[in-house]
Design a protein around this ligand. Sequence first.
Ligand SMILES: *Cc1c(COP(=O)(O)O)cnc(C)c1O
Length: 356
Amino acid sequence: MNIRKLTTKFPLLKKLINLEEVTWFNPNITSYAEGLPFVTLTQEDSNDAAERLKRFAPYICEAFPETKITNGIIESGIVEIPQMKLALEQRYNTSITGRLMLKKDSHLPISGSIKARGGIYEVLAHAEKLAIEHGLLSQSDDYAILFSEKFKTFFSQFSIAVGSTGNLGLSIGIMSAKLGFKVSVHMSADAREWKKQRLRENGVNVVEYAQDYSVAVAQGREAAKNDPTCFFIDDENSKTLFLGYSVAGQRLKQQFAEKAIVVDKEHPLFVYLPCGVGGGPGGVAFGLKLAFGDNVHCIFAEPTHSPCMLLGVYTGLHDQISVQDIGIDNITAADGLAVGRASGKPAQHNCNKKAR
Ligand SMILES: *Cc1c(COP(=O)(O)O)cnc(C)c1O
């Protein structure tokens, strides 16, 4: 790749390479109505995911008692953060209109990150499919029956594998092991020690790599290939993960309704979404668009050391370019965001990008 040519054509890359904070708004953004026909997934797909999570709620309730207060629905709260707002106003010498709120996905039950949406959902979808195919379950059953030795023994014939920087592995590892699957999590070098520890305590096979996320994923995929009973969860290409994330849109709409918070043309909603490969923020942005249409504006935020989505969407090279290609190290303390190459899929969703 000729970097000099690329930076001439895309001048913002100079700042990116210098690790400066940059803001970029995609000039090709469309309205909701114009954009929707280009998205292969639909409202029905997202509703289907929400329904599946409802079917599993009685199981989740039994298997993870901390979810009893929400009846087995894995959801986070929203809180107003006035001090943060004040601090931002003082720091940038400006006034922020409207309310500043935090969606506490960091506090999601079971695995404490946004991955508790997509990752857990994909494991549940896989388990449901297997159990139905083998005549052990029907959609009208009370899924609490899955919390039994009979089902644990059944699922123990199958295995699940995933590559992760930590949080996806935590979500998929804990959920898979709880159901009874044999599960291997391939962890990149940046994964925190306590996450590996927690997984091992839960009976998960943790495989460690000295390299970054893309190597962990590639190795995980390779290992899964040799085992026909193994299901590889593909963070970079999974429609199922994406749909699990998308359910956040209708859930947030419900939470706003309960708090009498209006989102309309006069009261637009701006959502800042931390971005790694793009599946999490892409799926959530898709769900938000379904819920709020043109009244929601989604802005992806990335670390200056890992601006892979901005790089891919801005240059149009998507997953054909990595931050390492332009000399950026992909070393960041930002949890879950040390990703050097974006997924090719979510970039199609026309979101604006911000690297910071
Ligand atoms: C994974 C992750 C993200 C971003 O999700 P991607 O699908 O990688 O874009 C954001 N925040 C946290 C805490 C994460 O673990």
